[in-house]
Design a protein around this ligand. Structure first.
Ligand SMILES: Cc1ncc(COP(=O)(O)O)c(C=O)c1O
Length: 432
C-alpha cells in the first residue's frame, strides 16, 4: 500500500490535522485499501507496553531477579504479534493446543512457555510435553495425574506449579474475576498441600517447583494484588516447612488498560509489593500479562452503514458487530468510539449498534458522538485485547481482516475470511 498521508514520526493512535492515524499511517487509507470491519494494531505501542512493565520491574527488583514475562496470548494470538513479543524477549502463557501450535509457528522456544489451561486434554498435554514447554500450572488432581501418565509414556519429567485459589475478588467485571472460592480456577491451600505431597512422593514423572495465581483481569488497584501475594508467601513457607522445594512463582497477569477514564495500576506500587513480598522468597518470578500488552495497541475500524431514527432513539448502525468485538455484549464493557475524521458539527446522542440479529448487539447506548453519516468510518478504541481472539462467525459473518502498522510499514497479518472459506469445512451427507 502507498501511504498517502505521511505524518512524521509518531506512535500509536492520534489525530493529525483532524485525521486519525496509526503510527505514520492515516486510518482512512487503511479503511480504503483493506475495507471494514478491520482490526489495526500498532507494533510500537506493543513494544512500549512491554518495555514499561519490564522497566518497572527492573527498577524495583534486585538485578539477579529478572521475572519471566509470559504474554497471555489468549488476549490476541495473531502470530505476527507473537513474533513481535518473542523478539522483545517475552515468554508465553498458553491455554490450548491451538495456542501452542501458534507459539511454535511464531518461533517461541518451548522453554519459555507456560501452560495454564483449565481442563487440559490429553492431546494438548502430549503436544506440550513434546514441545518441551517450561511448565504446567495444575488446576486439579485428575489433571495432575494425566500429566504424570503422559509424561511417563513419553519418558519425560514435567515441571509443574499449583494454581492457588486465594479467595480474592479481583477484576473489572464479575465474568473476569477468577480468584474467588466459587470460581472454577485454582486449588485451596489445603488441596495445594495435599497435591504437592502426592506429586513429590508418588508421581515420578512430575517435578513440582512452585505456585501460581491469577485473580482476574483489568485489576486497577495495586492493593488488590497484595493479599494474594501474601497468601503465596504463606503457602511457600508452609510447603518449605514440610520439606518441599518451591523455586518458581507465577504471579499472574490482570493489569488494566484505559478504555474510558479508568485509573491505571500504579506499577511502582505493584512492583513494590513484588519486591517486598515475593522477591524475598528467592524464587524465579513468572508473570502472565495479556490485555496490558496489546489492548491499547489495537482498534477496530468500522463503517457507518446507516443512521436509523425511531420515535425514541437514534441508532448508528455499523458494519462491525458483536461477532467482531463481543466485549460490550459479554462484559458490558466500554469502548470509546470516534469518527476517524474530526468534524465540528454538534454532537448527537446515538445507540451504536452492529448488524447482528440480537438486541444485545450494542457497542454503546446513549453515547454522545460527533455527527456521522452513512459511509463515515469510526474507530472502536482499545480493541487490541480480547477483540479478534473472541470473534466468531455468528450470523455467518466472515472474520475481519487484521492489519499491523509499524512506523511507515503496513501489513495484512490476517486476511479477511471469505464467505466460501467460512463454509469450506461443512459438508452435506450424500444420504440427505
Ligand atoms: C490464567 C490466566 N493468566 C493470565 C491471564 C491474562 O489476563 P490479563 O489479560 O488480564 O492480563 C488470564 C486471563 O483470563 C488468565 O486466565
Amino acid at each position: 500500500m502507498t501511504n498517502t498521508h505521511q505524518t512524521g514520526h509518531q506512535t500509536g493512535f492520534y489525530s493529525h490535522n483532524g485525521a486519525m492515524c496509526a503510527d505514520n499511517v492515516a486510518l482512512s487509507d487503511i479503511a480504503e485499501n483493506y475495507g471494514t470491519p478491520c482490526y489495526v494494531y500498532s507494533a510500537s505501542v506493543i513494544r512500549k507496553q512491554y518495555k514499561a512493565l519490564e522497566n518497572a520491574l527492573k527498577h524495583a527488583l534486585p538485578k539477579n531477579n529478572k521475572p519471566l514475562l509470559c504474554y497471555a496470548c489468549k488476549a490476541n494470538s495473531n502470530i505476527a504479534i507473537l513474533k513481535l513479543l518473542k523478539d522483545l524477549g517475552s515468554g508465553l502463557e498458553i491455554v490450548s493446543q491451538g495456542e501452542l501450535v501458534r507459539s511454535i509457528k511464531a518461533g517461541f522456544n518451548g522453554n519459555t512457555i507456560i501452560s495454564t489451561s483449565f481442563g487440559k486434554n490429553a492431546s494438548e498435554i502430549r503436544a506440550c510435553l513434546k514441545a518441551g514447554i517450561l511448565q504446567f500450572n495444575v488446576e486439579a488432581s485428575d489433571e495432575m495425574e494425566m500429566i504424570n501418565t503422559i509424561a511417563r509414556e513419553l519418558g519425560k519429567k514435567a515441571q509443574i506449579a499449583f494454581r492457588l485459589n486465594p479467595d480474592i475478588s479481583g477484576g473489572g467485571h464479575n465474568k473476569i474475576s477468577t480468584g474467588r472460592k466459587e470460581d472454577k480456577f485454582g486449588n485451596s491451600a489445603e488441596d495445594v498441600l495435599a497435591l504437592y505431597k502426592l506429586a513429590t512422593q508418588d508421581m515420578h514423572n512430575l517435578n513440582p517447583v512452585g505456585l501460581s495465581m491469577h485473580i482476574g483481569s483489568q485489576v486497577s488497584q495495586a492493593e488488590t494484588f497484595k493479599p494474594g501475594f501474601e497468601k503465596l508467601s504463606e503457602m511457600t513457607k508452609t510447603l518449605r516447612a514440610q520439606g518441599f522445594k518451591v523455586t518458581h512463582m507465577d504471579i499472574g497477569g490482570g493489569f488494566p488498560i484505559i478504555y474510558n477514564n479508568e485509573t491505571l495500576l500504579d506499577f511502582d506500587d505493584y512492583a513494590g509489593w513484588v519486591r517486598d513480598i515475593i522477591a524475598p522468597l528467592g524464587v524465579q518470578i513468572q508473570m502472565e500479562p495479556g490485555r496490558y500488552m496489546v489492548g491499547n495497541a489495537g482498534i477496530l475500524l468500522s463503517r457507518v452503514e446507516y443512521i436509523k431514527t425511531t420515535p425514541s432513539r437514534k441508532f448508528m448502525v455499523l458494519d462491525a458487530g458483536m461477532n467482531d468485538l463481543i466485549r460490550p455484549a459479554l462484559y458490558d464493557s466500554y469502548h470509546a468510539i470516534k469518527p476517524i475524521k474530526e468534524n465540528s458539527s454538534p454532537t448527537q446522542t446515538y445507540d451504536i449498534v452492529g448488524p447482528i440479529c440480537e438486541s444485545g448487539d450494542i457497542f454503546a447506548k446513549n453515547r454522545e458522538c460527533s455527527n456521522v453519516t452513512s459511509g463515515d468510518i469510526v474507530a472502536l478504541m482499545s480493541a487490541g485485547a480480547y477483540g479478534f481472539s473472541m470473534a466468531s462467525n455468528y450470523n455467518s459473518s466472515p472474520l475481519p481482516v487484521e492489519i499491523m502498522v509499524d512506523g511507515d510499514n503496513v501489513a495484512v497479518i490476517n486476511k479477511a475470511q471469505t464467505i466460501e472459506e467460512m463454509m469450506e469445512r461443512e459438508t452435506i451427507p450424500d444420504w440427505l
